[in-house]
Design a protein around this ligand. Sequence first.
Ligand code: ADP
Length: 252
Amino acid sequence: MKLKWMKSLLVGLFCLFSAVSLLQAEGVNNNQNNTDTSTVVILMGPPASGKGTHGNFISKYFNIPTLSTGDLLRQEVQAKTELGQSVEAAMKNGDLIQDEVIFALLEKQLRQPEYANGFILDGFPRTLNQAKTLDALNLGIDFVVNLQVPDEVVVSRISGRRIHPASGRTYHLETKPPKVAGLDDVTQEPLVQRADDNPESIKKRLQAYHEQTAPASQWYQKMASQKGFVFIQVDATKGIDAISIQLKEQLK
Ligand code: ADP
């Protein structure tokens, strides 16, 4: 047991150090350099707080891509890779995935040239440890956007949520139904419920959010002026347009 734990730690550290050296060697998004023009945004919030929707807005606003660790993991599950098979059950249960898996995925993804001008991190960091590890990379965070939604709203949003897997378009059975029940408006392909959008998993994801992610967002709020980024608190129960207006004003 102890050996297994040590092995995980070593693998995690290896991934972290290779990510640090890669990113630093390539000077990717290093804001300590005055010529930096890239934008790095961290998007935080409980499940179904609208990270996808508002992430899209921010992505268009700055013309930078979104990197969602949840999406990366789902792609691995879908493609039935070894990694995907190893995380499938934990994701379905609503458990967090080990740091070393997440760091390895991120490192692989951040090698792509499309992230050279900045990116939005959606779903990462999700724990204080992940936040501090990211901090050590000195990527030059510009904004941390924290979406706040009460638990009961999360539960109602998730239980009615249906998605079109190919495009990521989301619907809600009551508040945003598709034109034809069960079908995507654009392609008419079937809508599905995410494997982890079940009551047991929702409970666990909310618990993980309160116990592990909220301390990370509180840490960001506390460190904002010291680290030189803007922390944006958003009441994510407001309408999409109202939130876009707020973001436009504060993403400066
Ligand atoms: P949501 O915000 O709706 O819970 P995500 O798509 O962000 O959904 O994540 C889905 C699942 O992927 C999480 O419940 C967790 O199992 C895993 N996951 C995603 N990002 C991380 C991360 N940074 N650390 C650990 N697990 C993660």
